[in-house]
Write a new protein. Sequence first.
Length: 377
Amino acid sequence: MREQFERIFGATPTGVWAAPGRVNLIGEHTDYNDGFVLPIALPQAVKVAARARPDGRLRLYSAQGDDVVTDLSVAALAPGAVTTWAGYPAGVVWALREAGYPIGGADLYFDSDVPSGAGLSSSAALECAAAAVYRDLYELPFTAAESAVLAQRGENLFVGVPCGVMDQMASACCTEGAALFLDTRDLAQRQVPFSLDEQGLLLLVIDTRVKHDLGDGAYAALRAGCERAAELLGLAALRDLPAAALSGAVAQLPAELGPLVRHVVTENVRVGQAVELLEQGEYAALGPILTAGHASLRDDFKVSCAETDLAVEAAVAAGALGARMTGGGFGGSVIALVPKDAAGQVEQAVTGAFQAAGHAAPNVFTTTAAAGARRLA
Ligand code: GLA
């Protein structure tokens, strides 16, 4: 990376940083309802070589981009001004400046192996990598969780995507061998041991290659629906609706809002159950919770699609203990909890089902819980 940096920017980088993508085990579309989530960081990450610049210029280059250097003035950054991938890291720098941090310019060379548009948080990884760079280059005093909130603020206000805080928290705060149990209301977090290997299990990621895009309005509409339901129920957020009050609440809401509420409330319950099982070492029992989560996303929240449903169905039929889509939905990836000795047959079954249905071949890989954002060198 150092050589590539030197080739593009004609100077030596100060260091190299990394921030990972993520899969969420359970707790989908709960974060913007002040609820609970349980992501792990992926071994796939955005790496970035960087150095500070005294002239206030922010220069961004991606090995996955179209071979152009995006050259911006830090002082002139304004929401909506950058419409390419570079908006994600630039949004973080904008958020840092808005927060009053004394920052200057930088050169950043990005190289990512997080599949983009696959529901694996490649954009949050770009943001958290930029935040880690700025923290070190300008000796800023914020914590990993604070960097996640700044990154989310950049994505919400600079890029204009109304995402919750899960992806940024996962990329900034996950630790190796653990899932991050996060209360998105107060950002209280607990690292829950997640080492499937000892249990003879593994986690498959099935990227359906159906491109997922949060910017297309569907995500914002779901978020608005949840907020409207909370308002009608007189609650600060749907997280505040107890499961025991669910059916009464659904009965009193307009027909299109009831299922959204049912998903969020039951999903928060599933996160609690999953954490308890993991802490007791009962990993296999996580399977049915994943599959129930998928049914809720498919039937109540309606964010699955033919390919994600097929991947879940084929994986479970071939011996997966459970499976569900992960991330925002409308395509993207599915995770499947699989006994090691069934992994080959599950992968074959999913690939075969996709072929038979005329879908493009999915990208299937095994994952483990990796570390969050960090300086590498
Ligand atoms: C996207 C958003 C997250 C979260 C998920 C759904 O990944 O960025 O904040 O809302 O969708 O759980």
